[in-house]
Design a protein around this ligand. Structure first.
Ligand SMILES: [Zn+2]
Length: 135
């Protein structure tokens, strides 16, 4: 069945999903750096290309946009009102891919942290979480 979506819309979607150096990601990186952690970015050799990797701690971090990765129960993860079917499939594919990547990483011995976009703005909470996760 043909999808009711234009090529422009599709490329926009792909770009958004794959985008790097997003505002939430930068916020997490800045905070980690301030806390004295050193890390690698976008390790393409790892499943799902984790946004941030701390090899010393065996930790891989994904910073997820609440909308694109459909943060459950979050007010930012609304369902668009048009092209519902397309979006539903799109989101489902994203979430399945996230799960698959995390499973692969865990199997390879990585600890996987997901930081949601909405969590990245609460510096205090994020700081204590990172400090307790990374030690
Ligand atoms: Zn959220």
């Amino acid at each position: 069945m043909p999808e009711k979506i234009t090529a422009a819309q599709r490329s926009f979607t792909m770009r958004k999903v794959k985008s790097q150096d997003t505002t939430p990601e930068l916020a997490v990186r800045r905070l980690l750096f301030r806390l004295g952690f050193r890390f690698r970015l976008h390790r393409k050799d790892l499943p799902g290309t984790p946004d941030i990797v701390l090899p010393k701690f065996g930790v891989a971090i994904f910073v997820h946009g609440c909308f694109w990765h459909q943060h459950r129960g979050c007010r930012r993860s609304t369902m668009p009102v048009s092209n519902v079917e397309y979006w539903h499939r799109k989101f489902e594919a994203n979430m399945n891919r996230d799960l698959r990547n995390k499973k692969c990483l865990r199997k390879a011995g990585w600890r996987v942290l997901t930081i949601w976009e909405c969590e990245s703005t609460d510096t205090g909470a994020l700081k204590s979480r990172l400090k307790s996760e990374l030690r």
